[in-house]
Write a protein that binds this ligand. Structure first.
Ligand SMILES: Cc1cc2nc3c(=O)[nH]c(=O)nc-3n(C[C@H](O)[C@H](O)[C@H](O)COP(=O)(O)OP(=O)(O)OC[C@H]3O[C@@H](n4cnc5c(N)ncnc54)[C@H](O)[C@@H]3O)c2cc1C
Length: 299
């Protein structure tokens, strides 16, 4: 299957958008604030929280970065005025980090200040390993302004356990995920079993520390292990939540977790940049093609 995945990923940028749309559609909540609002309302009605991400990363001009800042500010106001149970998730390269550090600082500070004023939480997504240290620095700066700022740690990075120990504090809100980018063996653990083992180690350190844990995975075996950990240490339900991406099939597992009284948050991406975003994701990780094809044919 891997050569089929890779071939489709290479060809995808050359196909028309109408052809690519079905591949992105299950995972993207439309292009506008109006479309995403309806989806969030229905997710909230079913007892789940959300975090909203405006699709895109690595903008090319300062004016693009400023436009994204304005869109996020509108999004925060919309979450607040419509009383949605949602935070936002941002990527620092979307606010300009691969272009201009000063501009990013300005945009980030303004965004975090608005989020504080409207009492909306922000998570800074983690991008490839070039940005790991910079992201933690922005996270610490953000916390000085607004206590509801969180970030992400990737279980595949060799450095993550040390990073987590350094970050640990009662203010820490940390999403643990496996990591989506292609990283070399010097930087990242390779292989599902070893990455899962490190995920569990990170979860254990975080749950036994002082912070709040966001356990972001669709891997059902890993969720079993995380539940064992939670039961073993009798971790209080207000110390953690489970997180999944919008559209990824989970069977009845989310309902089962909800019935146990666990908090669950769905990460909902939306926006005009759905095509470029989907293509980049496919190129970085052609394995996603198998997930999509399986979903299409299962339906
Ligand atoms: C809420 C959330 C936020 C995230 N934020 C970040 C981030 O900031 N930085 C970062 O590097 N990564 C992020 N990720 C992505 C993460 O790192 C993984 O790449 C991704 O979640 C797949 O890993 P998994 O834990 O689901 O396990 P896997 O072993 O990859 O997948 C387990 C099973 O889940 C299903 N599955 C997984 N992903 C998909 C998909 N996209 N579509 C359909 N089915 C799928 C498949 O059936 C697969 O067999 C995030 C993931 C989640 C859930």
């Amino acid at each position: 299957m891997s050569w089929i995945n890779s071939s489709i990923a290479v060809l995808m940028p050359y196909v028309p958008k109408w052809f690519a749309r079905p591949f992105a559609k299950p995972y993207v909540a439309g292009e506008s604030i109006e479309s995403v609002t309806e989806i969030v309302r229905s997710i909230n009605r079913n007892g789940f929280s959300t975090t909203l991400d405006i699709l895109g990363e690595h903008i090319h001009t300062p004016s693009e970065a400023n436009k994204i800042l304005d869109q996020y500010i509108d999004l925060i106001k919309n979450i607040s005025s419509k009383n949605l149970d949602s935070t936002i998730s941002i990527k620092l390269t979307h606010l300009g980090l691969s272009l201009d550090q000063q501009l990013t600082k300005k945009n980030f500070t303004e965004l975090v200040t608005v989020a504080k004023n409207y009492n909306i939480g922000i998570t800074i997504d983690m991008e490839n390993s070039t940005y790991t240290t910079k992201t933690f620095k922005f996270f610490n700066k953000g916390l000085e302004i607004h206590e509801d700022v969180g970030t992400v740690i990737q279980a595949y990075l060799h450095r993550s356990l040390d990073d987590l120990k350094e970050l640990d504090s009662s203010k820490l809100n940390l999403r643990i995920c496996k990591g989506i980018y292609s990283e070399s063996p010097e930087i990242a653990i390779q292989g599902r079993k070893k990455i899962n083992d490190n995920f569990v180690k990170l979860a254990e350190a975080l749950l036994l520390g002082q912070g709040y844990a966001c356990l972001a995975t669709h891997d059902l075996e890993l969720i079993d292990q995380l539940e064992e950990l939670i039961n073993k240490y009798n971790i209080s339900k207000d110390r953690f939540e489970f997180q999944v991406l919008f559209g990824v099939p989970m069977g009845n597992r989310l309902e089962l977790l909800k019935d146990k009284g666990y908090k669950i948050r769905i990460y909902v991406p939306f926006g005009e940049a759905w095509f470029d975003y989907s293509i980049r994701r496919l190129k970085e990780n052609p394995k996603i093609i198998s997930y999509i094809l399986t979903n299409i044919f299962k339906k």
